[in-house]
Design a protein around this ligand. Structure first.
Ligand code: ASP
Ligand code: MG
Length: 453
């Protein structure tokens, strides 16, 4: 049995649903017994959240307009896919929007969103897509059955970010998903959505459908969890910067976590932990290029691979330097500085200190003016925007002799502004000016991965 999870872009339109049907059909034909987990289509969840906040402001009309747009887009996909046989599916889909509209109308009257209503509202995206996907598979003659995620994923009542009850969910998954899969049916279930034991709808938190897939995979003891998305996998570098960047065949979950901060579009490996911890391989694959092998994420280091696995970067960084001779031999000074950032809810990412100065990076500049003002009472403050972090990731990087020399020799003509070797042994990061970042990544890629072949 395998779990195949399809993200928002892999179910966004009729062409995507055709590709999905091919992928799932092939797995079914191989006897893999696929269990299909789906996200909401495209940006549906964002649009639902918009509609809900419009309603909460009392703007019922605007909310209704937003919902109509989502409805129209969804029905158009059904029309494209089912053509003259679309009517029954459209009728089923329309019911969801009737309910959403009446919920939005009630919220607009109340001008407040009870926590239960919030989760119930946002969950509709996955409930809709699981219906549409199961009908799309049936259209291809595949034995799909739609399963309501609320009958499978049991959670606590922490609305907005519910915690799964793994034990209860495992029993339900074996029954509701494993049962049909063992009969060679294809269960299709929405990710992201669950319910409390007394049946109230909950959601796992944004981006939660990978988490659902991992939880179901673990509960079912699946042999593989596939995450179908729109990137080829984890790469040695961003191919927009380095055209010769390669897809990594495997990466450790720990390396992937280091990279998660840098690639907004790559999955968050923590959400895959339920499967990875059980030793179930998780493979990220591109639904637009199903012939590609993708990248397997597993726990622990991958033996016999390069020291540096991937080079990532992040633009839009600001650095804050604080220097003060009062810091010399003073206890508690760092804490005072970090307190300022914490009070302004601004995360600090890289840190580097000397006896009389501290430098940090932040990627959210919103509160920098206030932060600067408060820090000024502690020492000289220098804030610089327009910087970027370059990060090399690899298991055991820290223990590889000569690695720092190779890195900084490769970029010797780039002005390196700040260096930090993370507490983890897996990354070396440094700061450069934004205009130097592409060149820096390319130079490092050439050093560690060679030229294009
Ligand atoms: N649809 C949800 C979201 O956009 C969950 C997911 O796609 O993973 O956050
Ligand atoms: Mg999504």
């Amino acid at each position: 049995m395998i779990v195949q999870k399809f993200g928002g872009t892999s179910v966004e339109d009729a062409a995507a649903l055709e590709r999905l049907s091919e992928i799932v059909g092939a797995a079914h034909a191989r006897g893999d017994c696929p269990v299909v987990v789906v996200s909401a289509m495209g940006s549906t969840t964002d649009r639902l959240a918009d509609a809900l906040s419009q309603a909460a402001r009392g703007d019922g009309r605007e909310a209704k307009r937003t919902l109509m747009q989502v409805a129209r887009a969804t029905l158009a996909v059904a029309g494209d896919l089912f053509e003259d046989r679309a009517q029954p599916v459209e009728a089923e889909l329309a019911l969801f929007f009737v309910e959403l509209e009446s919920m939005a109308a009630a919220v607009a009257v109340l001008r407040s969103v009870p926590a239960e209503a919030h989760d119930h509202f946002l969950a509709q995206g996955e409930l809709i897509s699981s219906l549409l996907v199961s009908r799309a598979l049936s259209l291809r003659g595949l034995p799909a059955v739609r399963v309501d995620a609320r009958d499978v994923l049991v959670t606590d009542a922490h609305f907005g970010r519910a915690q799964p009850d793994f034990e209860a969910t495992e029993a339900r998954a074996l029954d509701r998903l494993g049962g049909p899969a063992a009969r060679a049916e294809i269960p299709v279930v929405g990710g992201f959505v669950g319910a409390t034991p007394d049946g109230r709808t909950t959601i796992l938190g944004r981006g939660g459908s990978d988490y659902s897939a991992a939880i179901f995979g673990a509960g079912l003891g699946a042999s593989l969890v596939e995450i179908w998305t729109d990137v080829d996998g984890m790469m040695t570098a961003d191919p927009r910067i380095v055209p010769e960047a390669r897809v990594l065949d495997t990466i450790s979950a720990e390396e992937a976590s280091e990279l998660a901060y840098f690639g907004a579009r790559v999955l968050h490996p923590l959400t895959l932990a339920p499967a990875i911890q059980k030793g179930i391989p998780v493979r990220v694959r591109n639904a637009r290029k199903p012939e590609g092998p993708g990248t397997e994420i597993r726990s622990g280091a991958t033996a016999g691979t390069e020291d540096v696995r991937s080079i990532a970067c992040k633009r839009g960084i600001a650095t804050v330097d604080v220097s003060s001779s009062r810091m010399l031999l003073a206890a508690g000074f760092l804490r005072t500085i970090f307190d300022v950032f914490a009070r302004h809810e601004t995360a600090v990412d890289m840190v580097s200190t000397s006896e009389v100065s501290v430098s940090v990076t932040v990627d959210d500049p919103e509160r920098l003016p206030q932060i600067r003002e408060e820090l000024a009472s502690l020492g000289d403050v220098d804030v610089a925007r327009g910087r970027a972090i370059v990060c090399l990731v690899g298991e055991n990087l820290k223990f590889t002799p000569g690695i720092a020399a190779r890195i900084f020799r490769a970029v010797e003509d780039v002005n390196v502004l700040m260096i930090s070797q993370g507490a983890s042994r897996r990354n070396v990061s440094f700061v450069v000016a934004e205009e130097d970042v592409d060149r820096t990544v390319s130079l490092l890629h050439r050093e560690f991965f060679g030229k294009a072949r």
